[in-house]
Structure formats: structure tokens, C-alpha cells
Ligand binder design. Structure first.
Ligand code: NAD
Ligand code: ZN
Length: 1492
């Protein structure tokens, strides 16, 4: 068949009709070109894809036309050349441009040459640029073949190539002579490329033309089909109007509309000054995203996400309604484009790439159109309209807020007025309300309607039926319905309902009410998409047909599309029957229309049980609000009186809110498979410090004082559940601090404007936060234990911690560590500055000088403090205190409750460190001079001070690592002290062992005593540092304050006990000059800075004590008689009985007062034989006091036991009895060997004097049944090894606990710094054996943070059973013997715990390969494996097992069984008597016991 004359369409640009559209127009194109643009040579530039598809055809056509013209006009035949390049963006380069030019020159092309750019945007841009510069410009013609090129890149004359550094930086404006858009070539375009182009089409309609947008909205299916599933009923389909399908027609219409807009804009703003900026809608953010993810996502895909983000910004600013955002979202989705970076589609393409808010901001910043803290972004004000005829200025804060995946909700002002905020109605309520108001008479304002596909479809349909007219008010919050009182007409086109099921059901009966029109053939047609055409509607149609209505199924029986023939009387009425068991929506459909029937309707639901009664009741209740009362008769029968709805002036289709109750029952069904919502709520509430409990059917929430709640540092996880997000953000409106809500997007489906409403209506404030990629929600596993841990983390004081100090003091590394330890984000003022100003600091200083830099630094600090007042760690540059304005900021911040932490390190060490570090330029002046100038400032600017005493940092990597870990441990403790509410870290009168003691250190310098500190403090609970007795060593230059600070820091290194900081004046029996009150006060203040737990302040300075808010009160008198001691003790009792009283230390001095020291229950000062002097006359040692207390009957004897069998070889009696003895306690630990947990055991543990017991094999599980409470740890491990009797109010509770895991956990912890990996969360752990101890070992690994935990046992099923039992808490992989011996990397462990008996033959089980070493056979005598790990042996005979030998040989750190035993026993002791023991001396005792 010969080529038909195609029907073409023209669009004018720059005053000429040079854009030509049609289907199959090659022939036309060639003819048109050859007659209008004569040249001697024509060159087609294209890529290989198109070469195969179209080049042949083009050439054939070309030659045929040339021949024809030659024959007809005798014209000279021109040449046709072609140049084909590889497809893809890489070809858009200077190199390829050069190649083409060389080709043209080689072919002798002159000015008399015309270029055809046949291809996508790449070809268009490149070939266009070639044409622009070749011979200073030759004519060219665009033949765009991608949708993107058709509607965008080919129009406008922008041509360019890329360079390795940027896209399109080199190019020219060069207008093509013609642009031929042949839509038929789209059929070969890959789907993703087509969809990509649709983004531009949607964009253009969104900014320009509401009607075009409606075409796109409703035509998605047809348009996609026109390209992706083209009809094939004719050759050259679509070339002429006769063969053009409606889908092609539609495609042409939307492409032409888009091209038209671009042409218009270009014509009116050719060089891009204003209007053309509008086409950038979605591109500001889209480009930024593209910059990060290219080439994994295509341009249009990024723009699609960008459009939504930019529309959300407009919505947030109040320019755009949610309705519009919703429509845009649905339209973009309808074409298969993404609307969020969290979508599966996106993730599957970009993998681990993440577009952080900061990175996007960075991209926006370098965009040449943007400046300062505002960005230029196109603001939609409605579909088809923009706020300004150009992009608008939007502040960074707003952009950040919208981009963040999470949000920080700050408490609203206390005086904020009460607000009633109704949630949007559900889909079903909204649809009912629409029908009611449309059928009603008068105007009704519907508030809080849910904007969804369904409601949108319903609105359109009701409108087409003439049932009502609609308009939006309040930016889309209110829908004004002008009801037509039930009058309707046959719509002039079919009602397309998409997949909106509710709408289809309700509208079916509504359409029956439509009367015949003047045209007797006019009918109402209800149709939908393919999915809808499969959804059943037969029961409703049957019922209505029986009632006399006239329906016809147009396709499948029982489904849409439906034809409704109008009948004069509409719905006949009378009795209508429906099966009770079918959808309540059918019932509601009839109910809603029944008042308009010809006869009064009686609706009978037949066949018993009615399903979804609540929905039927809801319909009836809503009808009542519109003035029609349905009468419910017996037997599921309803009578609906005839009448018409009378519209209330406003109607709020809101779902009723919940009740204010603390016990919520009937929600067992919330424990769904994807997410146990009850557990989730409990878990998240726990993080705030709210206690909850769970019962079968629901949850109990215990009320708390709001002020006592504090937001979790890692934020609220929403489990992708809108309910969780909304409830916690309401909570966050009242909780002090700012609460991070993660995954804020999850509210979208039910309450899309939630975050805006929260701010504009509820009065909450939000700010942005970037919390990293949003994990897929199934990543959230909730286990009962993790809730507990985080609940205690939730009680932190949340102010951001600002770290200052000298350069080299460790601000960055310690700051980062603090961020990790407190689970907070980290910010660095310097980096923030560099990011914000897009420069480096040296560059900035070079350009603007130091003063300008200091000024900027202060500004950035201020910004950061405003943005992140809570929950952050912010580290500053060393010189920040040099600026007065910065210093002011610091003191204001401190006044407002903030924390400024000064990190101090000795100048010697800093110099040492900085000299080594060659990457940092040295100061011009000496460190000492700098320090001398700044020291006072640092002090003035900080309210906390941490001294790093790293004197053992020797430069040896392994030792340094250990040292740093120690320093970090101390720092972590310090951080908790300053961030947790007071009391948590203190020995309180309520929780301390009775009696409790503090040891007075009376050294001028404690250094020599540190080696024995654990011995000295044995039996004490607090260390007192007598500051007035301290003296700096004679030969040193250290100032006194520095000396004191160092002493505190040294005590921290060597003991974990809290520190009591005492300054005693001469008149108080100390050595501080009485006259130097100021010095004393400032020392005490320093004590607080260093984070000492207690300050001792004599009563004479009570006012000062009060201003420093003491944690303990100490009353000291002098005893004149023995009786004074009893008075004193009585007084103290009376004062401490109430739980909110301050702890009180009351005692008398002097020899006669000694008894008061014995009687005092709380923190009695004690001495120790090894101390040089007693701190006060009459002071006793802790041991002396304990012995005396027993002697006078205050401490009765108590028996402790070991239960198990066999236990004769046990080392426990030795350990515990030695400990009791050195403490002076009259306790005895003995063995009780039995076969089973029998009556003898029960009798012992229930006896009144029972002190406690250890439990070993075989009773660890059976004993549980005899106890009153089991700790969470023991529950998870599934075994008890320690019994602790706890007596309260005369009642004794037996608690079962497990300390086995603590022994393993802490021993590994001691060695972790020696490992290669150092970070437990990155380690692989292995437990060998599957007995009871293996369970404790697995749990210890889990608590260490090890993610990758494996178990091996000779009998694999046993290992499987163990692994299985932990599966709710953490995952354990079961390995086979082969796995252990394979060299496939499975043996790549870092932590191995062996729990099998030491005597067992383990050779068949494992060899040195588990330690990563080569076998001797392969590697000869080589030992060291590729990395160092920790091997823990739990067997303690023989002392060095085969396992340990192999580990040592491989160079691993090893822990012997006895070390775990001693560690574990220390924890037992702590649980029984409140104090742990001196590990080293107990270990010595144990090691002295001969073992094989
Ligand atoms: N000049 C401008 O104003 C402007 C505007 C927007 C984009 N651009 C530029 O456009 C380029 C992107 O253009 P694009 O999206 O068209 O990509 P493209 O040119 O790389 O084409 C995409 C792919 O589709 C293939 N293809 C093209 N037409 C086909 C057809 N009909 N059948 C089968 N396969 C076909 C191509 O060979 C290629 O593999 C970018 O370089 C961008 O910078 C320029
Ligand atoms: Zn674009």
C-alpha cells in the first residue's frame, strides 16, 4: 500500500509554524525539508538504536523523494550522509562532537549542509550543537524520537555537550528550522523511557492548564495503551484521521499541548529570564536528586519525585491545597512514575544510595539560580496555576522540613488555646456525605473530607449527573456542595469510575434516580478500569432489576460497564430485598437513595446474619443528620420514609475520636503479622519513660506527669503506621524537649496534611531532621527486652552538648564518641560553616581574613543552637572562644539549661599529638601561649569540664587503643552523669546497701594509692576526695586547680565508685584557709563541672549548698554521751523514712561518737588500714563497722548456698567466703548437693535468714518454678544461676537472675580493644556447645551488639533448638562441623566462646582454622591468623584447654574459665550484698588453687 498523505498538526514557535506533529510523517518530513530547506548535503546524525529501527526507512524515503523531485523539477540531487554514534549520555561529549565535525570536514561538507538530529535528547543536544558551531552555524532539523525530546529537549534551541565535571556546561542557543514529531516512533521506545517523558508532560500541564491536566488524569490508561499496546487495525495507523484511534488522538492531544506550552514559553522568553523558569517545576529538587542518583534513575523519575516535594512545599506554605497535591500524586503514579524516594521502584534501582537532606541542599546551593538562605522554586497555587509567573523564593528551613524523612516535634507553648481538630473522614464516610449533600436541597459545607481517588471520582460523577455543583473553600479544607434536591440528568458521556468501588456501588442506585431526557436514546453508562470490570456488583443489580430498574451489562456479566436506561418514575420503591450476607455498601447504596423512590421503601435483609452492621448504622445515622429518619423494624427490615434530604449548612464527616482511658481492651487483633502494634506502642512509649503493660486483649498505659517524660534520642519509629506517627506527634506537642518522629510520610494515606495541621492548628512546632534512609518497615523487630533498655535511655536530659577546647584535645573524636554513646546526631561547627558557605575554611580566611571568619563562626554556632537545641552533640573549633559574641552565646546557652563541655588535655600531650600529626599546620604561636590566653575563656564558657588523662598514650597502637577505650568508658560514664536526671547515678538512701560507706582519701596526691584503690575501697560505696588535703607534687609546675582536676580524673580511671568532693576549712578540721571563702566556692563549683556525684558542704554554708542543689545532707555533731548517738540515729531515721527526702548523713565525732558511725545507715565515712591518716578522729574502717554491727546484733548471720551436682570441686565457696570475710560480714557460703530441686532446697531458700544462692547444673531450669520473679535476662537465657532474696515491707521475694552472661560479657569487653575489629557490632561471634551455658554466651554476644552470631554443637539438632529458642530476640545461625573447617570465609570469627567441658575430645570438632589461622599442615609453623579476636573458655579444668592453646597460638586474646567465673561471681556478690569484689585479689586466690 502506498503511504497515505498524513494528517499533520502545526504548532508555532518564535513566530513560525515550525513544529509539526502527526503519525508516520517521514515521507512528509523529507518532502517538506527538501522543498523548503535546500542544501547540497544532508547529514543524519543518530544513534545505533535508531539506526536499526529507522535509518533505513529514512534513507529510502529520502532517495525516493529526491528522485521524484529530480524527475519533476530537474533539480540537482543532493547528498545524504549519516553518522551513527553509540546511544547514551556518554556520547554527548566534546570528543564525539569533535568526531562528528571531523567526519563532516572529511566529507567536504560546507556551509551548504543541513543536519537532521534524529533521536532522543542526547542526539538533539549534540547534533544541534554541532550545527550551531560548524562553519559558524548551519541549519538543522530536529526529529525527536523520545517523548522527552518531543515535548522538551527538541523545542527551544538549547544545545549542549557534557564535560566530566558537569552536564550541559558548554553549548549554544541554536534554533532548529523544523521540529518533526512523529508519534508513531514512540511505539518502539522502551516503556521506562516513555514514562520518563510523561513526567515532563505532567509537569507542563500542572503549571499551565487545568484542562490538559484533567485529560492526563483521566486518560492514563488510554495514553499508555496508545504507546505501549498500540492497536493494529490498519497499516500506518493514525497517519490519517480515519485510521487514528481515540487513544492516539488523546496521545497527540496531550503531546501537542505540552509542546505548545514549551513553544509559547520559549517564544515569550527565549533566553530564559523569567517565564521559562516555570518549566522548572519539579526540577529544582528533581535535579538535586538526579545529581545524586544518576544514572540509576532517569531524569523524569527524579523530576516526578521533585514535583511532589515542591508541591508539598507549596502546600506547607499555604499556597496549594491538599486536593491538588493528591491529584498530582495520583496522576504521576498513574503513569508508573515514582512519587517518593522510599518507593520500592526507586530503591530497587538506587540500592544503597541515599539522598540526604544536606546533600540535596548542597545541590540547590550550587544551582546558579539560587542564592543565600533562599532557593528559587516554582510554587503551584492550583492545578494549572502558579503563584507567580516565575519561581518563588523559598527559605531553606522550609525545604529542609519537607525533605526530611523524619521531623522533630517541639512542645507547643503552654498557653496555646484549646483546639478541636477533626481527623479527615474515612473513605466510606466521605462518600456517603457526598451522596447525601448532592441529593439534598441547599448548600452544605463538608469539612475534613478525605481526598482520595474514590472521592475524586465521586465528585466528578455527581457533577456530570448534574446532581450538584461543587467548589472548594479554605484551601481545599472545605467542600461546598450546592445540592440539586435529587434532580439529575443523563450525563453526556460515560461515568468513568477508575477502580473506585465505593463510588461504583453508591452511584449505581443514584443513576436509577435519573429521569429520561428529551433524547430517548440517552442512557447513563458506568464504567471503570480493567480491575473494576472484574469487581462484582450483581447482587445490587439483581435487587434493583427486580424492583423495576433497567440495567444492561455491556461487557462481562455481573460487572461494570453498565448501561442504565432512565425510567420516568426512577426508583420504584416498595419492598426491596437484599441478602443480609452481602456487602453493606449495597445496603447503604439503596438506603441513601430510598427517600427519592416513587413509593416508600421497605428494605428487607434476608437470610440471617447481617454483616457489617456498624456500616449500615453509620449510613442511617448520617441520613438522620440530613433530615431523614430510617425506622429499624424487626427481622433486619428498614422503613425509609419518602422525602428529600435537607442539607445542614455544615457537616463534619469525621470519625469519632477515642476515649480518654488508660486501659484499652478489645484490641488483640492489633497484633498483626507485619507489626505487633501493641508491642510497637509499648516499645515507643517506653522510650519516653511511659510505663505500659500488656494483657491478652489490650494494653494498659500508666499515667505519668508530662514533665517527667523525655523524648527518645533516636526518635520514634512509626513502623510505617500512620496511627503511631500521629499519636506520638501529639504526645510530642507536650513532652519537653523535641521529639523526633521518623518516617513522617506514613500519615499520607489517611491524613496527608497532618504535619501542616499540627503546626498551623495544634500549635506544635516542627523542625527538620535527617535521620538517614528509611528502612523497609519489616526491618523493625520488636522484642520484649529491647523495650526495656531504651526506656532507661529515654530519661536523659536532652539539651544538646556543645564541645569546646583546644585544638588537639580530641573534640572531634570524643564528640563523635559522645554522639555514639548517647545515640545522638553529631554536628561540627566548622563543617557546618563549610557546607553552608560552600567553601573551605582556609579558603574563606584567605579571602576574607580572620575577623570575618570568627564572625561567621559565631553566626553558625548561633544557627546550630537554634536549630538543634536538644538531642545533638555539637563540636566547635578551638578558637571559637576568642570572639566575644561567641562567648556570649555560650553563656546564654548555659543559662537556658544547655550543656557546654570543655574537653581538657594537658598541653604536653596536645603538643605531642599535634607534632605527630603532619596533616595539621602548626600554630604561629606556641600552644602554651594560646592556652594561656584562652584558658579563662574556656572556663567562663563551659559548665562542664572533662579531663582526658591519657598519660599512658604511648604511641603503640594496641596499647593506645586500650587506653582510648578506657578513656571512652570513663567519658561515657561522665556523659551519663551530666545528662541523666540526678539520682540515677547516685547511691541513694533507698537503693544503697545498708549500711553504706564512703572511704575518705587523705592523700596530698592519690597517685601512689591508685594501684591499691580496689583494695582500699572494698566494702565502700563512695570515694571521698579530701580536696583541702591535696597538694601538687613539689617539683611540678602544675597549678592547684589542674592538680585537683587530674585527681578526679585519676579516680575515674581506677574506680567506678561515685566521688564525694569535700573541701574542709581549718575550723572544720581541714586545711583550707578559713579566710578563702571565694576559693572554696569556686573549687566546689569546679567539682560540679567535673561531674562529681556529691559535694560535701558544711552546714555553715548552707545557702551555698542549696544554690548548688545538693544531693545529700550531712549533719555532724560531737557526741558528749553515748545517748547522743541514739538520738542522732533516731533523727536520721525520721528524716529518711519519706522517700522524697534528701539523703541524710548524720553522725557524731569524737571517741564517744564512734557508735554513731556504727549506727548510721547511709554513707558513713570510713578509713582503711592502708591510708596514711584518718580523715577524722574516731573514724573506723568499713570492715570494723561491719564486724561491730554483727557483734551488737545489727547484722545477723546468713547462709548462702551453691545448689547443683556435682559441686564438690567448685571454687565458689572459696571466692564468696573470702569476700564475706574481707567485708567483715558474718555470712557463710556452703555447698548443698542434690539430684534434683527437692524439698530440701525449697526449705533453704524459704527460710527467714536465707542470704542467697548460686545455682548450677542440673538445676538451672528447674529452680525457676520455685521462685517468685525472674529477671528479663534470665527469662531470655532460659536459666537461673543466682537467687536473690529481696525483702521489702517485711515480705521477701525470691528473684531468679543470671550472671553467667555478665561474666562473659565483661571479660570480652575488657579485651575488645585488642582485637582487630574493635567494634562489636561489626564482629562475627561463635559459641561452641549447646548446653545451658551456651545460652548465656549467646545472650552475652547479643548484648555486646554482635549482629552476626553463630552456634556450633557436635549434635546439630541441639544447636538448632537453642537457636530456635532465641529467634524472637535475635538471630543465631547454626553451623556444621564442615562449616568450621571450610576455608570459605565461614570461619571468619572475631569472638569465640567455648562452653564444652575442657576434658572433652574436641579434635573432631574444630581446629585452628576457627581462629583464622592456616592449619599446620598447610602453613607449617605459622601462627598469627589474619586478625586478632577474643577467645573465651568457660571450662576451668584444665587451666589451659586445647581451645585456649589454639587461640593463643593464633595470636588471639584469651580469657580463661576462671576469669569468667570470678567476674561472674563479682556480679553475684554485688546482687547479694550490694558491692562487687576486688577482682584481682579474688582471682589470685582462685589461681592459687591447684588444678591440672
Ligand atoms: N535541550 C534541552 O532543552 C533539553 C531539555 C531536556 C533534556 N535535555 C537533554 O536530553 C537528554 C536526554 O534525552 P532522552 O531522555 O531523550 O534520552 P536519550 O536521548 O538518551 O534516549 C533514550 C534512549 O532511548 C533510545 N531511543 C530513542 N528513541 C527511540 C525510539 N523511538 N525507539 C527505541 N529507542 C529509542 C535511545 O537510543 C536511548 O537509548 C539529556 O542529555 C538532557 O540533558 C535537553
Ligand atoms: Zn526536564
Amino acid at each position: 500500500m502506498s503511504h497515505p498523505n498524513p494528517h499533520i498538526h502545526k504548532v508555532s514557535i518564535l513566530g513560525e509554524e515550525s513544529i509539526i506533529l502527526g503519525f508516520h510523517i517521514f515521507d512528509y518530513l523529507v518532502r517538506d525539508t527538501l522543498s523548503n530547506f535546500k542544501a547540497s548535503t544532508y547529514v543524519v546524525i543518530t544513534d545505533t538504536h535508531l539506526q536499526h529501527l529507522y535509518l533505513d526507512r529514512f534513507e529510502t524515503t529520502f532517495h525516493a523523494v529526491v528522485d521524484q523531485l529530480h524527475k519533476a523539477e530537474g533539480s540537482v540531487k543532493p547528498r545524504l550522509l549519516s553518522y551513527v554514534i553509540p546511544p547514551g549520555e556518554q556520547s554527548k561529549s566534546r570528543a564525539v562532537k569533535g568526531e562528528i565535525e571531523d567526519f563532516l570536514l572529511a566529507q567536504g561538507c560546507t556551509r551548504d549542509t543541513l543536519v537532521f538530529a534524529m533521536g532522543g535528547g542526547v542526539i538533539g543536544d549534540l547534533a544541534g550543537f554541532v550545527a550551531a558551531t560548524f562553519m559558524r552555524g548551519i541549519p538543522f532539523i530536529q526529529i525527536p524520537t523520545t517523548l522527552l525530546a518531543m515535548v522538551d529537549s527538541s523545542i527551544g534551541g538549547k544545545t549542549a555537550v557534557d564535560t566530566p565535571l558537569a552536564k550541559n556546561p558548554i553549548g549554544a542557543f541554536w534554533q532548529p528550522k523544523r521540529i518533526y514529531i512523529d508519534l508513531s516512533v514512540l511505539e518502539t521506545l522502551p516503556e521506562r523511557e516513555f514514562v520518563n517523558g510523561m513526567a515532563e508532560v505532567i509537569k507542563t500541564a500542572a503549571i499551565w492548564d487545568h484542562d490538559d491536566f484533567v485529560l492526563l488524569e483521566n486518560g492514563a490508561e488510554a495514553i499508555r495503551d496508545a504507546v505501549l499496546k498500540p492497536a493494529r487495525t490498519a497499516e500506518f495507523q493514525g497517519a490519517t484521521l480515519e485510521t487514528r484511534t481515540p487513544a492516539q488522538q488523546l496521545l497527540l492531544k496531550v503531546v501537542m499541548a505540552s509542546a505548545n506550552v514549551k513553544a509559547y514559553v520559549v517564544t515569550h522568553d527565549e533566553r530564559e529570564t523569567g517565564l521559562r523558569g516555570l518549566l522548572n517545576f519539579g526540577h529544582s529538587i528533581g535535579h538535586a536528586i538526579e545529581g545524586i542518583v544518576t544514572p540509576k534513575l532517569l531524569h523524569g523519575e527524579c523530576v516526578a519525585v521533585g514535583m511532589i516535594k515542591e508541591a508539598e512545599i507549596a502546600r506547607h506554605c499555604g499556597y496549594l491545597s491538599q486536593v491538588a497535591v493528591g491529584r498530582l500524586t495520583r496522576c504521576i503514579q498513574a503513569y508508573g512514575l515514582p512519587v517518593s524516594m522510599d518507593e520500592k521502584f526507586v530503591k530497587s534501582h538506587i540500592g544503597d544510595l541515599y539522598c540526604s537532606v544536606e546533600e540535596i541542599m548542597q545541590f540547590l546551593r550550587v544551582d546558579k539560580k539560587n542564592m543565600g538562605s533562599q532557593k528559587r522554586i516554582v510554587m503551584l497555587s492550583a492545578i494549572g496555576k502558579t503563584l507567580e509567573p516565575k519561581p518563588s523564593n523559598i527559605s531553606d528551613d522550609i525545604i529542609r522540613k519537607i525533605l526530611g524523612a523524619g521531623t522533630v516535634v517541639h512542645p507547643r507553648p503552654v498557653n496555646h488555646p484549646a483546639v478541636v481538630l477533626s481527623p479527615p473522614g474515612s473513605k466510606s464516610i466521605s462518600n456517603r456525605a457526598l451522596v447525601l449533600a448532592a441529593l439534598g436541597t441547599g448548600t452544605c459545607r463538608l469539612r475534613g473530607l478525605l481526598h482520595s481517588d474514590d472521592t475524586q471520582v465521586m465528585l466528578t460523577a455527581l457533577n456530570k449527573l448534574g446532581a450538584a455543583t461543587f467548589e472548594w473553600e479554605d484551601n481545599g479544607d472545605t467542600l461546598v456542595v450546592h445540592g440539586n434536591g435529587g434532580k439529575m440528568q443523563v450525563p453526556d458521556s460515560e461515568l468513568y469510575l477508575g477502580n473506585a468501588g465505593t463510588a461504583a456501588r453508591f452511584l449505581t442506585t443514584v443513576s436509577v434516580l435519573v429521569p429520561p431526557s428529551s433524547d430517548p436514546s440517552a442512557k447513563t453508562i458506568l464504567t471503570g478500569n480493567a480491575r473494576m470490570k472484574q469487581r462484582p456488583i450483581a447482587p445490587l443489580i439483581d435487587a434493583l432489576t427486580t424492583n423495576g430498574s433497567d440495567f444492561k451489562y455491556l461487557e462481562g456479566k455481573g460487572c461494570l460497564p453498565l448501561e442504565v436506561t432512565p425510567i420516568a418514575h426512577g426508583l420504584a420503591g416498595g419492598e426491596i430485598q437484599l441478602a443480609a450476607s452481602i456487602s453493606s455498601q449495597y445496603v447503604s447504596s439503596i438506603l441513601l437513595c430510598a427517600p427519592y423512590a416513587a413509593k416508600e421503601v421497605t428494605l428487607v435483609l434476608t437470610g440471617g446474619q447481617v454483616i457489617s452492621q456498624p456500616y449500615i448504622d453509620m449510613t442511617i445515622a448520617m441520613m438522620k443528620s440530613f433530615g431523614v429518619s430510617v425506622e429499624a423494624l424487626p427481622n433486619n427490615t428498614y422503613r425509609i420514609p419518602k422525602g428529600a434530604y435537607i442539607n445542614p449548612s455544615t457537616y463534619l464527616p469525621a470519625t469519632p475520636g477515642g476515649q480518654n482511658v488508660t486501659k484499652i481492651s478489645g484490641i488483640a487483633n492489633q497484633r498483626v503479622k507485619e507489626c505487633n502494634r501493641i508491642a510497637a506502642m509499648m516499645h515507643e512509649l517506653g522510650k519516653f519513660g511511659v510505663t505500659t503493660s500488656e494483657f491478652d486483649d489490650g494494653i494498659i498505659v500508666h499515667g505519668h506527669d508530662i514533665a517527667s517524660l523525655s523524648p527518645p534520642a533516636d526518635g520514634v519509629k512509626c513502623y510505617d503506621d500512620h496511627r503511631v506517627a500521629m499519636s506520638f506527634s501529639v504526645l510530642a506537642c507536650v513532652v519537653p524537649g523535641g521529639s523526633i518522629i521518623r518516617e513522617k510520610k506514613c500519615v499520607e494515606k489517611t491524613w496527608p496534611t497532618w504535619w501542616d495541621d499540627l503546626e498551623s492548628k495544634l500549635g506544635g512546632r516542627t523542625s527538620d531532621i535527617d535521620i538517614g534512609p528509611v528502612p523497609d518497615h519489616h526491618d523493625y523487630e520488636i522484642s520484649s527486652t529491647s523495650g526495656k533498655t531504651s526506656a532507661s535511655q529515654g530519661s536523659r536530659r536532652n539539651a544538646s552538648i556543645v564541645v569546646i577546647g583546644m585544638r588537639g584535645a580530641g573534640k572531634t573524636s570524643m564528640g563523635r564518641f559522645a554522639a555514639k554513646a548517647l545515640n545522638r546526631p553529631f554536628e561540627d561547627v566548622d563543617q557546618y560553616l563549610e557546607r553552608t558557605l560552600s567553601t573551605t575554611i582556609p579558603e574563606f580566611i584567605k579571602l576574607h581574613g580572620w575577623p570575618a571568619f570568627r564572625e561567621q563562626e559565631a553566626k553558625m554556632l548561633q544557627e546550630l543552637l537554634q536549630k538543634f537545641p536538644t538531642g545533638y552533640i555539637i563540636s566547635c573549633g578551638g578558637g571559637i572562644v576568642e570572639t566575644a559574641s561567641s562567648r556570649e552565646l555560650f553563656s546564654e546557652y548555659i543559662k537556658s539549661g544547655g550543656i557546654v563541655l570543655h574537653l581538657v588535655r594537658s598541653i604536653d600531650e596536645i603538643e605531642n599529638y599535634l607534632n605527630k600529626d603532619t596533616t595539621r599546620p602548626m600554630y604561629g604561636e606556641s600552644m602554651r601561649d594560646v592556652w594561656a590566653r584562652r584558658e579563662a575563656w574556656y572556663r567562663e564558657c563551659s559548665n562542664f569540664e572533662f579531663v582526658i588523662s591519657g598519660q599512658q598514650l604511648k604511641g603503640n597502637e594496641v596499647e593506645d587503643a586500650n587506653e582510648w577505650r578506657l578513656v571512652e568508658g570513663i567519658f561515657a560514664r561522665y556523659l551519663r552523669l551530666i545528662t541523666e536526671p540526678k539520682g540515677d547515678s547516685l547511691v541513694s538512701a533507698r537503693t544503697a546497701p545498708k549500711p553504706s560507706f564512703f572511704l575518705s582519701l587523705t592523700f596530698p596526691d592519690t597517685s601512689p594509692a591508685l594501684a591499691h584503690l580496689s583494695q582500699l575501697t572494698l566494702g565502700s560505696d563512695v570515694i571521698e576526695l579530701r580536696v583541702d588535703l591535696l597538694k601538687a607534687p613539689d617539683n611540678s609546675e602544675i597549678a592547684f586547680r589542674e592538680h585537683v582536676a587530674q585527681q578526679v580524673s585519676l579516680l575515674r580511671r581506677h574506680s567506678t565508685l561515685p566521688v564525694l568532693f569535700t573541701v574542709r576549712s581549718v575550723s572544720q578540721g581541714g586545711q583550707w584557709p578559713d579566710s578563702d571563702v571565694d576559693g572554696m566556692v569556686s573549687l566546689l563549683k569546679d567539682g560540679l563541672k567535673w561531674g562529681v556525684e556529691y559535694l560535701d558542704e558544711m552546714e555553715s554554708r548552707y545557702q551555698l549548698a542549696k544554690s548548688l542543689s545538693p544531693d545529700v545532707v550531712k549533719l555532724i555533731g560531737t557526741a558528749n554521751s553515748l545517748k547522743d548517738n541514739f538520738d542522732c540515729s533516731e533523727f536520721s531515721e525520721s528524716k529518711t523514712s519519706r522517700s522524697d527526702d534528701l539523703p541524710l548523713i548524720a553522725m557524731n565525732m569524737g571517741p564517744l561518737g564512734q557508735l554513731s558511725r556504727v549506727l548510721n545507715n547511709f554513707l558513713t565515712p570510713v578509713t582503711h588500714e592502708l591510708l596514711p591518716v584518718k580523715a577524722a578522729p574516731g573514724q573506723l574502717s568499713a570492715r570494723e563497722i561491719q564486724v561491730t554491727r554483727h557483734a551488737v546484733g545489727l547484722t545477723p548471720k546468713k547462709p548462702f548456698y551453691l545448689f547443683g551436682k556435682p559441686i564438690q570441686q567448685s571454687l565458689s565457696p572459696l571466692m564468696h567466703n573470702t569476700n564475706f570475710q574481707s567485708l567483715g560480714l558474718p555470712f557463710h557460703y556452703g555447698l548443698h548437693e542434690t539430684e534434683s530441686v527437692d524439698a530440701s532446697i525449697v526449705e533453704k531458700i524459704r527460710s527467714k535468714d536465707f542470704g542467697g544462692a548460686s545455682v548450677t547444673i542440673p538445676h538451672k531450669i528447674d529452680i525457676m518454678a520455685q521462685l517468685d520473679e525472674i529477671t528479663d535476662e534470665a527469662k531470655i537465657i532460659g536459666a537461673v544461676n543466682t537467687i536473690i532474696p529481696i525483702t521489702k515491707d517485711e515480705k521477701t521475694t525470691l528473684v531468679g537472675d543470671n550472671t553467667d552472661w555478665l561474666g562473659i560479657y565483661h571479660q570480652i569487653e575488657h579485651h575488645i580493644a585488642s582485637t582487630t575489629m574493635r567494634d562489636p557490632t561489626k564482629m562475627r561471634g561463635l559459641v561452641i556447645g549447646a548446653g545451658g551455658t551456651s545460652r548465656a554466651a549467646l545472650y552475652a554476644l547479643h548484648r555486646l551488639g554482635v549482629q552476626n552470631i553463630a552456634i556450633f554443637n557436635r549434635t546439630m539438632v541441639k544447636a538448632q533448638a537453642v537457636a530456635e529458642s532465641f529467634k524472637d530476640v535475635f538471630e543465631v545461625t547454626v553451623l556444621s562441623a564442615n562449616d568450621l573447617k571450610s576455608s570459605t570465609g565461614k570461619t571468619d570469627f572475631d569472638l569465640i566462646v567455648s562452653t564444652i567441658p575442657g576434658t572433652i575430645d574436641s579434635e573432631s570438632m574444630f581446629d585452628e582454622r576457627i581462629f583464622g589461622a592456616a592449619t599446620p599442615a598447610e602453613g607449617g609453623a605459622s601462627h598469627a591468623g589474619s586478625k586478632i579476636g577474643v577467645a573465651v573458655e568457660l571450662a576451668y579444668t584444665p587451666r589451659v584447654t586445647r581451645f585456649l592453646k589454639l587461640a593463643k597460638h593464633a595470636g588471639w586474646a584469651t580469657v580463661e574459665g576462671s576469669q569468667v567465673l570470678v567476674e561472674q561471681g563479682g556480679w553475684q556478690a554485688l546482687k547479694w550484698v550490694g558491692r562487687t569484689w576486688d577482682l584481682a585479689s579474688v582471682q589470685r586466690q582462685v589461681d592459687n588453687v591447684p588444678r591440672q
